[in-house]
Design a protein around this ligand. Structure first.
Ligand code: FE2
Length: 288
């Protein structure tokens, strides 16, 4: 049996999220249409969110299915929104009859631009952190992932990965978690918040700090995008310049000190970081 390619979940506020994955073509139409009709006609939530964050391609037939679902929602008093589509997909949806007012968190160049602006504002009082962040974003951009959505999510997350160090973002004192909580509160795409939460194998340090449960609120993405974010962070030093991974690791351990959570997490974390860096280097060599 084929794996399901349309997830349906409910949120605590009573809204329902339908999330198709990958290439949404004729093979997925039946499953997508069934999920939409079931939710709109039978569940009838106040809000239905069509979350397209994981969609790589949506064929004309399914563009029509989504446009029809918006109209069916109007008919059944279910407010339908479309979240996290790329600028290209947004234009295609509008051409298929979806009103622009339904589209939220459209990504592409604007996602990256907005991420840079937010990081610049939050890190204004932390010049070294800002230099590092700008270096990590440039390094992420170099990795040049082929998919538009993946590339935008990666570079946006790179700009945002250390915002948790900003005083006004600080909540638990663990910067990957604080950054993710802040992004979620601001309504940023879940994918970007989750990438920030888990950047550079944050879970290893979260366990040492007793924060693994909180971090688990953000599902971990195991992907080339997550690897590339870790690679970018682990090959750029505090001054924003590129460093070899081993130099970066040694510098981090020196700065944080031998009794720090980072040092205690290191035996488990360092091999995972090294493996992620290795995977990205292999992909880059293979693509060169
Ligand atoms: Fe960083």
């Amino acid at each position: 049996m084929a794996a399901e390619r349309v997830d349906v979940t409910s949120r605590p506020d009573g809204s329902v999220v339908i999330r198709p994955h990958g290439h949404v073509n004729a093979d997925v139409t039946g499953e997508l249409r069934h999920a939409l009709v079931e939710v709109i006609r039978h569940t009838r939530p106040a809000r239905l969110v069509l979350d397209l964050a994981d969609v790589e391609e949506l064929d004309p037939l399914n563009l029509g299915v989504l446009a029809a679902a918006c109209l069916l929602g109007d008919d059944q008093q279910v407010l339908v929104f479309v979240d996290h589509c790329s600028t290209r997909l947004a234009d295609e949806l509008v051409a298929a009859g979806v009103s622009r007012g339904r589209l939220r968190h459209v990504h592409g160049p604007s996602l990256v631009r907005d991420a840079r602006r937010l990081a610049q504002t939050l890190l204004a009082g932390l010049p070294e952190r800002w230099r590092h962040t700008a270096g990590v974003a440039a390094r992420a951009d170099e990795v040049a992932l082929p998919g538009e959505a993946d590339a935008a999510a990666l570079v946006a997350a790179a700009w945002l990965h250390d915002i948790g160090y900003a005083d006004r973002v600080r909540e638990t004192g663990f910067h990957p978690l604080d950054g993710a909580l802040h992004l979620r509160a601001l309504g940023w795409p879940d994918r970007v918040a989750c990438l920030v939460a888990h950047h550079s194998e944050a879970v290893c340090v979260a366990e040492v700090r007793g924060l693994a449960g909180r971090l688990a609120e953000f599902p971990r993405e195991d992907s080339a995008v997550a690897d590339a974010l870790t690679y970018a962070d682990q090959t750029v030093g505090p001054n924003g310049l590129v460093l070899e991974f081993d130099e970066r690791l040694a510098d981090m351990l020196r700065r944080h000190g031998p009794d720090s959570p980072n040092a205690r997490a290191n035996p488990r974390r360092a091999p995972l970081l090294r493996a992620a860096v290795g995977r990205v280097e292999s992909r880059r060599h293979a693509a060169a």
